[in-house]
Design a protein around this ligand. Structure first.
Ligand code: SF4
Length: 208
């Protein structure tokens, strides 16, 4: 399958130089996805776990999705989780959180993301965090972008982008007045645009 071939090639990518040989691309296991999600970059938990959003930020992200009826197991199977860069960029020099990927890493990695959009033709592109949002929607205050659907007319398949803030807790945006309502509006949009994921989650719960 084309997505397997793509994942094998991505797994072998060493375009960027990292000090630690354990740092390798972290790749989604979804092979029949209906949607894509784009984050920033894996963190140190993902280096060990080898799954995107395996750490604390992932717990929040999957709790958000569960709140609109989409279980983590179904989300991981039906949403191809991509990122601006696929390798852990290292810890932040400040000691708080992870280093932001460099422009060179972003540019080295961008073709993987472009190929995935062409291969998957997602109906929905969930953009998680400012870096992913700016990559597809340009620079604007998050309060003007989150909570609304955005048609990506220039992209293959014309997917609908639905932005969310980064769930890592590193950003204080989420605590601003009315911002959680915007997050809730984005989550409701995701559930409405992806009803198959909600019904598959209901089925998974009924047979558990
Ligand atoms: S960050 Fe992207 S381009 Fe760089 S080595 Fe990892 S997968 Fe390859």
């Amino acid at each position: 399958m084309l997505l397997d071939t793509h994942a094998d090639a991505l797994a072998a990518c060493r375009r960027c130089t990292f000090d630690d040989p354990a740092i390798k691309p972290v790749i989604s296991s979804a092979r029949e996805p209906l949607a894509m999600l784009v984050g920033q970059a894996p963190g140190k938990t993902e280096v060990v776990d080898r799954r995107p959003f395996a750490g604390r930020a992932g717990k929040t992200l999957f709790r958000w999705l569960a709140s609109v009826g989409i279980e983590e197991e179904i989300a991981r199977r039906r949403i191809y989780i991509a990122a601006i860069t696929r390798c852990f960029p290292g810890p932040s020099p400040s000691g708080r959180g992870d280093r932001v990927p460099t422009q060179t890493q972003i540019s080295n990695c961008s073709s993987w993301l472009e190929s995935e959009v062409e291969l998957i033709l997602p109906s929905v592109l969930i953009l998680v965090g400012r870096m992913a949002i700016e990559r597809f929607l340009g620079s604007a205050p998050l309060a003007e972008l989150i909570g609304r659907p955005h048609s990506l007319i220039g992209l293959p398949g014309t997917p609908t982008a639905i932005p969310l803030p980064h769930p890592s807790g590193a950003s204080s945006w989420i605590h601003g007045p009315g911002h959680m309502q915007l997050v809730r509006a984005s989550l409701d949009l995701i559930a409405r645009r992806l009803p198959t994921l909600v019904s598959e989650s209901e089925h998974a719960r009924s047979v558990a």
